[in-house]
Design a protein around this ligand. Structure first.
Ligand SMILES: [Cu+2]
Length: 420
C-alpha cells in the first residue's frame, strides 16, 4: 500500500520549492528533544532542497515501517529511535562530549592482535586497520553503502560503550558549507570543532590527481593548508597507519608496502594529521544542486555510480559527492582511500553519505530499501554480484557479523536511528 506521502517523494523539485513554508522568524525544530542552537544562522542561513527531500524521506520511513514492517516497528519506532543531527546543531556541551569521546578512543588499547594489525596502537586504530584490510571488498562494490553504514554505526556505538559518549554520530551537511567548508562549526578550528585546516605544507606538489595515476582525470589544486593540523582539539591527533594508496609525496611510506602482504599499510608509521581544506572541490561537487541531482537518481545503479564519480569514474570533470567529501579535507590520511578513517573527520562525511543513501531509499521505501547494485570486488564488473545474503564483518573494531540485507534499513537489523 502506498500513501500520498510516498508519492510526495516524486514531486518535481520546483513544486517542492514553491511548497516550502517560509521559515523566516521561526526557530525550526531540528531534533525531537534538543532545541539549543537551532537558529538558521547556525546552519549557515540557507534552506536546502536536499534537506527538504531528507525531511520527506524521514516521514516516509516512519509510515513505511509502521504499515509494512510491523515486526521491526515493534523494536524500533519514534519512542526509542535515535536521531542523528548536523554538528552545527549540537550544543557546546554535546560537542565537547563527542570530542572527548573520540580522543578517549585513541587512548584505549587496541583489540587487534599484532599479527592482524602490527601498527595498531589504540582502539581508534582498530577501525582504521579494519578499513585498510577490507578496502578492496568494500569500495565500488555492492556492499559499499551497507558496509559503511554498519562501520559508522559501530564507531558511534563504540564511542558510547567504551568512551562515555551520550549522543549520536554527527554528520556534516556538505551543501550547507560548500562555498567555504572552513566556516562550518565542524571545521572552523575552534575549541568545539574537529580542528580546521592544516598549516601551509606539502608545497612540493601543486595538485592531487584523481584517480591517483599518471594521467588523472581531475587535478585538485593545492589549497592554503596541506601541512599538520596545528590547532584545535585534534592538533595532537595520532596518525599511525598507512598510507597505502596516496598521491602525496610528502608523507613517509608505510613500513609494509607490498600488496601481496595481508598487512599492507598496517605497519607503524607515526606522523601528524594533515589537511588541505578545498573549497575548490566542495563548491563544484558538494552543492545543493549536485546532491539533489543525486537524490533524483531513478534507480540504484544510477545512484551508486553518481555518488562515486559516474559510470566512467571522474570523466567529464565529475567527482561525485563521495570523493568530493573526502577531498574537501584531503591531506593525510584523508586523501588515501584505504587509510581515510584515520582522520576523525571521516565519520562526519560517511554519516552524510549514509544520510544521502537513507534519503534516496526513503523517497520510495517500498521499491528502494533493498535495492542493491555492484559486485563483490573493487571496480571489477566480472566479480560475483553482491547479494543481500552476503555476510560482513568489522575485524577487531566491532564484534559479530551481519548480512548486507541487515544493513539496508536504519530501522531494522542492529540499527534504530534516523536523520533530521
Ligand atoms: Cu571507505
Amino acid at each position: 500500500m502506498r500513501t500520498a506521502l510516498f508519492a510526495a517523494g516524486w514531486l518535481a523539485p520546483a513544486t517542492l520549492a514553491s511548497a516550502m513554508p517560509s521559515l523566516e522568524g521561526v526557530s525550526p525544530a531540528l531534533s525531537f528533544d534538543k532545541r539549543q542552537d537551532t537558529s538558521l544562522n547556525v546552519l549557515g542561513g540557507k534552506i536546502l532542497l536536499a534537506d527538504v527531500y531528507a525531511g520527506i524521506a524521514g516521514i516516509n520511513q516512519q509510515i513505511y515501517q509502521a504499515t509494512q514492517k510491523p515486526d521491526q516497528w515493534k523494536k524500533c519506532n519514534p519512542l526509542n529511535i535515535s536521531v542523528r543531527r548536523e554538528w552545527a546543531t549540537f550544543s557546546t556541551s554535546e560537542k565537547k562530549n563527542y570530542i572527548t569521546a573520540v580522543k578517549c578512543l585513541s587512548k584505549l588499547p587496541p583489540k587487534s592482535p599484532k599479527s592482524y594489525c602490527p601498527g595498531c596502537q589504540n582502539r581508534y586504530d582498530d577501525f582504521v586497520g579494519t578499513h585498510i584490510k577490507q578496502t578492496f571488498s568494500i569500495h565500488n562494490t555492492g556492499n559499499f553503502l551497507a558496509w559503511h553504514r554498519w562501520f559508522t554505526w559501530a564507531y558511534e556505538q563504540t564511542l558510547r560503550n567504551e568512551c562515555g559518549y551520550k549522543g549520536q554520530q554527527p554528520y556534516y551537511n556538505w551543501p550547507r558549507w560548500a562555498d567555504d567548508p572552513s566556516k562550518s562549526p565542524a571545521l572552523d578550528g575552534s575549541d568545539t570543532s574537529m580542528s580546521g585546516n592544516g598549516v601551509l605544507g606539502c608545497t612540493n606538489q601543486t595538485y592531487y590527481g584523481i584517480p591517483t595515476n599518471a594521467e588523472p582525470k581531475i587535478k585538485v589544486p593545492h589549497g592554503t593548508g596541506g601541512g599538520c593540523v596545528a590547532s584545535g582539539p585534534f592538533k595532537d591527533w595520532p596518525v599511525n597507519l598507512g598510507p597505502v594508496f596516496t598521491d602525496l609525496t610528502c608523507t613517509p611510506p608505510n613500513p609494509i608496502t607490498n600488496f601481496t602482504d595481508p598487512n599492507v599499510g598496517l605497519g607503524y608509521n607515526p606522523r601528524c594529521l594533515k589537511r588541505d581544506i578545498s573549497p575548490w572541490v566542495s563548491s563544484q561537487w558538494s552543492t545543493d544542486e549536485q546532491v539533489v541531482k543525486l537524490l533524483n537518481s531513478p534507480d540504484i545503479k544510477t545512484f551508486w555510480y553518481d555518488m562515486q564519480g559516474g559510470e566512467n569514474a571522474f570523466t567529464n570533470n565529475f567527482m561525485g559527492v563521495h570523493t568530493a567529501g573526502h577531498f574537501t579535507i584531503g591531506g593525510d590520511p584523508g586523501s588515501d582511500f584505504f587509510t581515510s578513517p584515520g582522520d576523525p573527520w571521516f565519520y562526519f562525511h560517511h554519516a552524510q553519505i549514509d544520510r544521502a543513501w537513507w534519503t534516496w531509499q526513503n523517497l520510495n521505501p517500498s521499491d528502494r530499501t533493498n535495492a542493491i547494485y555492484g559486485t563483490t570486488f573493487i571496480a571489477n564488473p566480472s566479480a560475483p554480484e553482491s547479494k543481500l545474503t552476503d555476510s560482513m564483518n568489522l575485524g577487531y573494531a566491532y564484534p559479530g557479523t551481519i548480512t548486507v540485507g541487515d544493513a539496508m534499513t536504519t530501522m531494522g537489523g542492529p540499527f534504530c536511528y534516523t536523520y533530521i
